[in-house]
Design a protein around this ligand. Structure first.
Ligand SMILES: [Zn+2]
Length: 229
């Protein structure tokens, strides 16, 4: 460690909360010995050789990023582009729910328009809301897919985790993913209907709507496992 005078000289004028940072820096450079006879050189830390390559620079852009399963849970299943885009933006917390509007300082209703009990967030609206959970529960029964029962989602805290869980716990994976995207889209449509048109459907009416839409999607190749009865 450098002597105390070195530290007191450097720390003079720093605020109290900056001094731990300076101490940490002192520890890091404590063993560094500068040699005046050696010329400085630039070393690229992205490659073991120290040489710059465009490949390593490209890969560095993804350093620390979190991998997701969106490819299989959203993009590879059959669904209209608008529904895939909605689910993707919802999973990234980018849809304009009340929490996002609040952060931007925009006008909002605060409460979820489906249950009027909680702050509206993407996670709440699609998975946590008591009204939405009744929809999922009814769909689980209609499609004979227990994994769609909200009680089986324990442990998930984000839409990404939830999509991943649903994708790995059900058979007929792509068809089920289509159904999940369709149901999420219809719940979002119901939310918008209540806010902008001041109209609302019952859970039962929304299930009929999802069933009719699923039949159309299946005609186009979706393979949604949905019992029309
Ligand atoms: Zn709600």
């Amino acid at each position: 460690m450098k002597d105390d005078r070195w530290f007191s000289d450097l720390s003079r004028g720093l605020t109290f909360d900056m001094q731990p940072e300076l101490l940490n820096l002192a520890r890091l450079i404590d063993d560094v010995q500068l040699n005046a006879t050696v010329t400085d050189s630039i070393r690229w830390r992205g490659e073991a050789s120290g040489e710059y390559t465009t490949r390593s620079a490209y890969l560095l852009q993804f350093s620390g990023s979190i991998s997701s399963d969106f490819c299989t849970s959203i993009w590879q299943c059959w669904a209209p582009g608008k529904c895939k885009f909605f689910m993707w933006t919802a999973a990234l917390d980018r849809i304009l729910t009340a929490d996002v509007l609040q952060r931007r300082g925009w006008e909002n209703n605060y409460f979820c328009p489906l249950c009027f009990r909680n702050l509206e967030t993407p996670w709440h609206l699609l998975t946590e809301c008591a009204w939405a959970r009744r929809v999922w529960s009814a769909l689980a029964t209609c499609s004979n897919l227990p994994a769609l029962q909200p009680a089986s989602w324990e442990g998930t805290t984000t839409l990404s985790e939830w999509l991943c869980l649903l994708g790995t716990t059900v058979d007929k994976r792509k068809g089920v993913q289509s159904l999940i995207l369709l149901a999420a889209w219809e719940i979002w449509q119901e939310r918008n209907r209540r806010i902008f048109q001041k109209e609302e459907l019952s859970v039962e009416a929304l299930i009929v709507r999802i069933r009719d839409e699923a039949a159309l999607w299946n005609m186009a190749g979706a393979k949604i496992p949905f019992d029309p009865g």
